[in-house]
Design a protein around this ligand. Structure first.
Ligand SMILES: NC(=O)C1=CN([C@@H]2O[C@H](COP(=O)(O)OP(=O)(O)OC[C@H]3O[C@@H](n4cnc5c(N)ncnc54)[C@H](O)[C@@H]3O)[C@@H](O)[C@H]2O)C=CC1
Ligand SMILES: O=C([O-])CC(=O)C(=O)O
Length: 358
């Protein structure tokens, strides 16, 4: 009995990375075994998650961390290159999620069908001297194609959009979904979690505290001056000198550039981003499960300002964004920052909207 359960488990694990429609498994010293001939694993509870851009600098560690998440039962890894290797590698981890790989545009629909959560880190990263907006020309088209697939195959999925420039790619995604008649603004979230992660880290350094005890709301968007940390609202309550405020604001706004320059042409933040993406995805999954009080910052369709999209604290629930919190009282430094942020954001949002209109 025990021996046969062990064999079943082994077969399920070996075959987990195979695309059930297309792949045979060649076992050494045996004939081919098709996945559909394996005994099914007894319906493990959990969510189905796809990562688009899964073979990239963010995608690979993100895939590894999502494979470790007990809320995930099925993990689909899609990219235009290298997914067979990444999938085979990750599928050997002895955690619950079944992993399947999908390669190239012709497998996009299979990758997306039935997904509860789609995380998108597909696209090119910055090199030194570039702004996030310099990525627009390449990444806008990539995001449009992927979102067309989502509209068709999993229109009810929660979408976590990482590809830069987030301030424009989220409006692009919204326009694609509107065109397809599937737009639900609650389900589309631009991932700004890395700004919060950085803010917590840098504030903790200044205060001499553990970053896990710090919570900094970061609002606005995800590029330069649009990243607006609200240092007057840090929890636990604390105060900063003007010099500390200026240092922290600038460090948080330029955190991405700090990594791009340190990597000197080899890309942008990948490991801290994968960590932040998993933190955010886990919050979305806990909310989908029905947990109460799940609150994170994200760049979403919003009426908090006059702009159609804005990052602020949101409460997540079974349908995605359930409530968007107002910005709260700002000090003079933050009010000035907000005006600068809104000015730049307006142009980036408009650029995304008109890209799809073309
Ligand atoms: N929101 C945020 O806080 C952050 C966003 N980013 C952004 O994330 C994106 C990815 O960064 P990295 O992983 O470092 O880049 P990368 O170049 O290492 O990986 C990108 C992956 O996307 C794949 N890809 C390209 N076209 C695709 C398509 N049409 N469909 C599916 N996959 C496709 C590539 O094959 C590659 O594997 C960049 O745009 C970067 O600027 C990076 C860090 C933080
Ligand atoms: O700076 C970049 O290009 C990547 C990014 O968005 C970040 O690290 O915040």
């Amino acid at each position: 009995m025990q021996a046969s359960a062990d064999v079943n488990r082994r077969i399920a694990r070996i075959t987990a990375h195979l695309n059930p429609r297309t792949n045979n498994l060649k076992m050494e010293g045996s004939s081919n075994l098709r996945l559909e001939n394996c005994r099914a694993k007894g319906g493990s509870p959990g969510f189905k998650v796809a990562i688009l851009g899964a073979a990239g600098g963010i995608g690979q560690p993100l895939a590894m961390l999502m494979k470790m998440n007990p809320l995930v039962s099925v993990l689909h890894l899609y990219d235009v290159v290298n997914t067979p290797g990444v999938t085979a590698d990750i599928s050997h981890m002895d955690t619950g999620a079944v992993v399947r790989g999908f390669l190239g545009q012709q497998q996009l629909e299979d990758a997306l069908t039935g997904m509860d959560l789609v995380i998108i880190p597909a696209g090119v990263p910055r090199k030194p001297g570039m702004t996030r907006d310099d990525l627009f020309n390449i990444n806008a088209g990539i995001v449009r194609t992927l979102c067309e697939g989502i509209s068709k195959c999993c229109p009810k999925a929660i979408v976590n959009l990482i590809s830069n420039p987030v301030n424009s790619t989220v409006p692009i995604a919204a326009e694609v979904f509107k065109k397809a008649g599937t737009y639900d603004p609650r389900r589309l979230l631009g991932v700004t979690m890395l700004d919060v992660v950085r803010a917590n880290t840098f504030v903790a350094e200044v205060l001499g505290l553990d970053p896990r005890d710090i919570d900094v709301p970061v609002v606005g968007g995800h590029a330069g001056v649009t990243i607006l940390p609200l240092l007057s609202q840090v929890k636990p309550p604390c105060s900063f000198t003007q010099q500390e405020t200026e240092y922290l604001t600038s460090r948080i706004q330029n955190g991405g550039t700090e990594v791009v320059e340190a990597k000197a042409g080899a890309g942008s933040a990948t490991l801290s981003m994968a960590y932040a993406a998993v933190k955010f995805a886990d919050a979305c999954l806990r909310a989908l499960r029905g947990d109460a009080g799940v609150i994170e910052c994200a760049f979403v369709s919003s009426q908090v300002t006059e702009l159609p999209f804005f990052a602020s604290r949101v409460r997540l629930g079974r349908n995605g964004v359930e409530e968007i919190y107002p910005l709260g009282p700002l000090n003079e430094y933050e009010r000035v920052g907000l005006e600068k942020a809104k000015k730049e954001l307006a142009g980036s949002i408009e650029k995304g909207v008109s890209f799809v209109g073309k």
